[in-house]
Design a protein around this ligand. Structure first.
Ligand SMILES: Cc1ncc(COP(=O)(O)O)c(C=O)c1O
Length: 375
């Protein structure tokens, strides 16, 4: 089993994304940047009233209602309402988990590939990270060698960038193995709102298993709110980690204004907004496929992906070279090497396209990509 270090990678994904942030055509980062729907526009127009109301209400009431509304949207009826730690972002939840874990264990098994700030935060807190391939989502079997040598198994579902979902039966099997081995099972479900297959009641499965579990939820990938979002860190009663203490070392509270907005946005999503979002993402994915259809040598390796990103494999072409050529036209995609944190060469020919954009921008970016690849 190899342990990767960040020295082998030139830039992390966020550094690549930062290069795109002020560009004319940014389809790089996975944060939502499409135009607001009419209903979302009305919620934003209510901000002065939301702001004033927050001064009259107890923050705990607003938080409880917002979390309940989000959990109802993603069908998690068994979540433990008294064990929710709110964070400014899901990365803050991840940092809290890593800081708590390292007090108990120095090794964590982690899905490969996945978003690289997860291994980076684990390693940054002094942990070794051991890769586990996505095949466990099919087999539900963690290798004995892994279970014997780690204190935590960390899985992302749906995964970024592959969209791969951990099904219910396999989650139950993995949770039983973690309970048996006394290993913490941690799940990042930041992209679950895009895929109903990731919306069976995970908390029921985890609680029934009796394992020590941690969940990271996120509203930051759903609504185009200019980074107004909340990350949530939930855990089992028996988790045995100092999560609440470390959370209190870092923050007091997420703004009740954000929590009330989440409440309102989740209410709108449940009454049709989320279906519209799914249709928008599916439409943008079809634009990607249409515009690139005539380009020889391309493939889409993750055909089952429903989340708000799509990966294209360029065949022979190097993703970084193509990225440079697109950058010359002010079009920014994301090279995928860093997702493969244990074997970067596996992503060397892949580019990720963020679909949470207005459709005409996706078309424009894909026409530019097709042109570069046809030269
Ligand atoms: C799977 C996953 N989890 C967590 C994060 C971190 O989200 P944030 O930047 O909002 O903290 C990301 C970022 O894209 C992600 O892809």
């Amino acid at each position: 089993m190899s342990i990767a270090t960040t020295d082998t990678l030139e830039k992390n994904l966020t550094e690549w994304e930062l290069l795109a942030l002020n560009s004319e055509l940014n389809v790089s980062d996975g944060h939502p940047r499409q135009s607001l729907s009419a209903a979302q526009t009305r919620i934003i127009a209510d901000l002065p009233e939301i702001f004033a109301q927050c001064g009259r209400e107890h923050p705990a009431d607003i938080e409880r209602e917002a979390v309940r509304r989000y959990m109802s949207l993603v069908k998690q009826s068994s979540y433990p309402a008294d064990r929710v730690l709110l964070c400014y972002a899901s990365s803050v939840a991840m940092e809290i988990l890593a800081r708590a874990l390292v007090l108990e264990t120095n090794r964590c098994a982690l899905l490969h590939p996945t978003f690289d700030n997860i291994p980076d935060l684990l390693r940054g807190n002094g942990m070794e990270v051991v890769p586990v391939g996505e095949e466990v989502y099919e087999t539900g079997i963690l290798p004995d060698e892994v279970l014997r040598n780690v204190g935590c198994v960390f899985l992302t579902t749906p995964n970024n960038p592959t969209g791969r979902v951990l099904p219910e039966l396999q989650l139950a099997d993995i949770a039983a193995q973690c309970r048996e081995a006394d290993v913490v099972l941690a799940l990042d479900t930041c992209f679950r709102s895009f895929d109903t297959r990731a919306q069976y009641d995970h908390y029921r499965v985890l609680e029934e298993s009796g394992c020590r579990w941690v969940m990271i939820e996120d509203t930051g990938k759903i609504w185009p709110m200019h980074e107004l979002k909340v990350g949530m860190l939930l855990h089992s009663a028996n988790v045995g980690l100092n999560l609440a203490k470390i959370h209190s070392d870092i923050l007091l509270a997420v703004s009740p204004v954000i929590m009330r907005m989440v409440d309102r946005l989740a209410e709108d999503a449940a009454s049709g907004g989320i279906s519209d979002l799914h249709a928008h993402i599916a439409h943008n994915r079809s634009i990607v496929h249409q515009e690139l259809a005539g380009v020889p040598g391309l493939s889409f390796p993750y055909s089952d992906n429903l989340i708000s990103v799509e990966v294209v494999d360029l065949g022979e072409r190097s993703a970084e070279e193509v990225w440079e050529e697109l950058r010359a036209q002010n079009v920014f995609l994301l090279p995928c090497e860093a997702f493969y944190w244990d074997a970067p060469e596996e992503g060397a020919h892949q580019l990720r396209i963020s679909l949470a954009r207005d459709s005409e921008r996706i078309r424009w970016a894909m026409q530019s990509l097709a042109q570069v690849l046809s030269r």
